[in-house]
Write a protein that binds this ligand. Sequence first.
Ligand SMILES: [Zn+2]
Length: 429
Amino acid sequence: MYFYATNFIFFTYNIYKLNDKSVNVQRMSLYSDDPNYFAHIYNDSERDKKRIKILDSTLREGEQHPGVSFSNKQRIQIAWMLDSFGVDQIEISPIVSLDHREATKIIIKQGLRADIVAHVRAIKSDVDVAIDCNATWVATYLGISDIHLKSKLRISREEAKIRALEVADYIKSHGLKSRFTMEDASRTEPEFLLDMCREMNNRGIERISIPDTVGIMRPRGMYNIVKLVCNNIDNSKTSLDVHCHNDVGLALSNALSGCEGGADQIHTTIDGIGERTGIPALAETAVALNLIYKSNNDFRLHLLKDLSKTISDYTSIPIHESKPLVGDSSYKHKAGTHLAAILRNPSAYEIIEPKQVGNRRKIVFGELSGKNGSAYLLSILGLDSSKENAESLAKGLKELRMGDILELYLDEKLERKILNEGYVKTNKD
Ligand SMILES: [Zn+2]
């Protein structure tokens, strides 16, 4: 509550300052190099900046998506691609099958920059499998909400605690780095959650994951639960992860809010695949961190579209055309007035250039093109794009009643051609 109150004061203070210096502000809005300048002020982007890491779980959570199974060759390739993109940790489960165990061993042998986290149940024999794979990082998980204890594990809280702590001690006795996932944390009684977190913290478990396993949280709730844990453990020994499910589409908002509450690592998968409706997508998370949260990461964002395409090929799940950043419509501009603005300056409708995320800009012609769009179309075709011709083509396109009839990639060459030969020459407004 306190955080939100201070944040609001800071926010209104900034607005006040803006009003106070309205002359300056106006000049800034016209001449600032950054068209997102005021958005960053509303976002309070310069405050509490910190580096937020990404653990990608495409090889674990992603493989839990209905119908998805990778071959070992694919698993190894995905790990290489994720590492080259710049994620901090890559999670894989060696206990699913012998193939998974083999893949885990091979990926660990590659000596990638990212930590390879072997994800296993909180059972000693599972930890042995991780050790057999030469893992240096082991993540274990146990459902700790009453519903999980009663209906899934059929054990008491006390039994769950004993089981989890025995395994934590076992992992530490082997000198491994470790994460413990408090499965279904968002539906767990706070006292029990804190008790478990303190115990793990005392044992020097490097990371605790606070998942919203069923996607029930709202952003403020995720902030509250992470803040509660953060305030009750020694943060120099243990850092926090957030793993948020997307059952009502709040996964990324919740994860980011959890980071404002004290977590410093978000779990993602490529395209957000996972159990049911999955978890935050890598592309959206990476761009949100880089552009909106000003987190100092070294991501190679231009690989995002390729990562998405690779996963789509391997899973046969098509990339939804409205998928942010990597979808086919993410950089598609249709209305005539939008086209006019895009040609003058793409920042009018784009917050990050398509080539920065490996995507391409497209323009659509059809009944919504209007006079401006029609003038471009004529100019591309090398025809006279005078006002009269443009208006008559716009009318014709409307009367066709066929919606969109043509889509074109608007590459730089085509952009220059339109600007030099067409619209600008005939419509010098
Ligand atoms: Zn999950």
